[in-house]
Write a protein that binds this ligand. Sequence first.
Ligand code: CA
Length: 217
Amino acid sequence: MRVLVIEDGADLAEAIRTYLSRDGHAVDLAADCAEAGLLLDLAQYDGIVLDLGLPDGSGLDLLRVRRRDGLRTPVVILSARDRIGDRIAGLDCGADDYVVKPVDLGELAARLRANARRGEGAPGVELAFGPLRIDRARARVWRDGAEIRLTAREWAVLDALLAARGRVLSRQVLEDRLYDFDAGISGNAVEVYVSRLRGKLGRGLIETRRGIGYQIP
Ligand code: CA
């Protein structure tokens, strides 16, 4: 997933980025509404973490305006405000979820995944492909009953293809899902990860559409 974290607390923002990156997600940080607006205009995100008290405005106003303009990305509000009225206001402005600080990063990551899946309209979290069983909620894969260990980046490629099942994803789209703006991209990284996945999962799952990209049918 590609995630935008809008949070002016630098330490918390970095902690969230570190945690989500380790899970294989690409994470961009915005410290205020203006920066968030620029990034939202530039990139397509799969999930947004939104603080409410920002230096140049209210996260709620940002959310309200962006929803009105057609933003459909799942948004998880992350706020120190813990009254019921605050939660209701957040959800009424178009948030999908509301988490109160101090936050458990594992829980925040799980809520982002759950909301992203809901956005895709995915029927279930556990999928079966021949000898493979894949649990998207827990990011685990088994082949003939034996668990297969994937690296965070390998999982990120697999998860993006699963999310888009039946559609071809171009190498560029997959790269965008894998790397945040700060990370260097090597030209054939996506091919490398696909090839490693085929080595671990078998060649049948991920199909190459020559000149276009990759697909899980
Ligand atoms: Ca704040």
